[in-house]
Design a protein around this ligand. Sequence first.
Ligand code: IFM
Length: 442
Amino acid sequence: MNNQDLFGSAVFDADFVWGAATASFQIEGSNTADGRGESIWDRFCSISGNIADGSDGSVACGHYERMPQDVAMLKELGFDAYRFSIAWPRVIPGGTGSVNEIGLDFYDRLVDELLAAGIAPYATLYHWDLPQVLEDVGGWQNRDTAFAFVEYTRAVVGRLGDRVASWATLNEPWVSASHGYKSGYHAPGISSASAGFKAAHHLLVAHGLAMGVIRDLAPNAAAGIVLNFTPVKPATDSVEDVAQALVTDGWDNRWFVEPIAGKGYPQDTATALGWDQSEVLDGDLEIIAAPIDFLGVNYYTRQLIQGDESPVEPRLPVTDMGWEIYPEGIRETLERLHREHGFAEIYVTENGCALADVADDADFVDDQDRIAYYRAHLAQVKAAQDNGVPVRGYFAWSLLDNFEWAEGYLKRFGIVRVNYETLARVPKASALWFQQMMASDS
Ligand code: IFM
């Protein structure tokens, strides 16, 4: 796919992969259909006060029933690739044990539909929807969950591995561990530092073990992991702010990537945070350091940090999430990762913004501000590429407005509007911008 000069001087090569991304719980709905089991997010949503608008994922975008139309829309927009995730509770509703073939059929059909449309399937095995039955016995705090993940991976890759070109084991395990177990802002809603460290470690072990399964069952596919990165800036140059920024950077930006790159956990941060590392068993670091073909990078914003960790007023324009718009951060992140680790391939697997969209009577949104966000970030991705970073593709987050976790449906990240009453999809100006850019030859 080629593109013309729609964002400054940035023009990507013809083999650059243009994609759009979603995740199972955020779009599928149909949460009891075809034998799907309960996920931690179903349970979390059922507890009053957890989700800003009191909503849940039972309908979401109705994608489970509208999958062919959504693929047709991706094709019409001209995307090369589609990044989606598979819901573990659809495939193994009991967490371990028997495979629910009907649940797996849905993803089988999705993959075939994508291939028929000429769109490459980029699958993520875990985007936060753990079967609740596994949480009932400790979830990611329990080492056994890593082995359950291996079983689940075997079932999914065994069925789809002949057709999926790219597998990511986990999406943003930092968010699973930090929001899910350390702060409790996300499902399963546990707030304990030691739970967060345990979960983080078992997620990484699960990733490393699953890499072996993917290698065995899909030797020709690319395999890797998707991590989120948020550059950290001290609010001032005071000793306290700079020191805290280093710790925050260690937990937010180094904790997962360094062991994956074979360097072990950042010990400065582990000490500063008081982690005793008792859950790290002999051989774990070797498992975690299984070679990856690509690193997926999710980037949205930067963070300003002060010594006492209290919030700092934004200094730049913000999105509807309150996140500063800092396009340079995506280049800084990509260049830092390349400098420090030198992964063979990097994909930007998520980038985008929630905005307070205003729709007209036909549900059209003229989101020029979202186009400006994409344009600015893509220019920085191109600059990183020009500086030698092997960035092979870019996925917009998200194809559709969808369930934004603890924020419910209040935050709209889509390049396609979803009318939550009718579930009608209407491409926004930003989707048409992508379409025009991807269709044009330079
Ligand atoms: O919606 C999420 C997605 O599930 C994971 N990455 C960040 C997005 C925006 O918050």
